[in-house]
Design a protein around this ligand. Sequence first.
Ligand code: AMP
Length: 224
Amino acid sequence: MKPLRLLLLGAPGSGKGTQTSKVLKDFTHIKAISSGDILRQQINAQTNIGKEISRYIKNGSLVPDEIMARLLETELQRRQWLNRDASWLLDGFPRTFTQASILDEVLGKSGANLNQVVELDVDQKVILQRIEARWIHLPSGRVYNLDYNPPKVPFKDDVTGEPLSKRSDDNAETFQKRLDIYNGEIGPLRDYYKQKNIFHTISGNSSDIIYPQLSRYLSEKFAS
Ligand code: AMP
């Protein structure tokens, strides 16, 4: 089986977290890192970095590239993913052209560059409608939506029974800003990965439409 080093791109609220959970369930040898989860865990643990970054997240701005790159490189090393045999998925990093270049440099040293980039293409009007109903389980990053993917027990995580939280940046005003930033950054990223011939788009307005396509695509890529 070919190792898969996948980047999942998509607007905030496009369902990257939900798709990641599904991938991890079906492709058990894949591991995942979500940059947003790592940042929220730093904030929750009140580390020095957590204190430094919380204002960016709260107001919907991007955390500076150097901080992000440092955090991600540390995490990749800690998990021993910087080798050619590991299969993994990145959710939310890189998000800017600069981050993409830094990541390439880090991965290139071990000959383990990204070999797939998938962008989830979801109508942004649909995203805006559903975002206020999103709740998360902070320690695991599991995502729920009160309208169409509610927890079994209200406001409790299905697996641990721990309380769910509302993200401070999931409100209409901050969310629009995050979408605007995404729309501003994604063009150069798309072009960068298209040039490398590893870019693929999957369109749909719900995870039930997107996931079967993603799953089929990954199965084909693993087999080839
Ligand atoms: P997410 O959970 O992916 O929606 O990320 C939540 C917030 O974390 C974003 O709005 C940014 O403030 C910050 N963030 C996550 N990933 C990155 C990244 N790669 N670069 C900069 N900021 C990030």
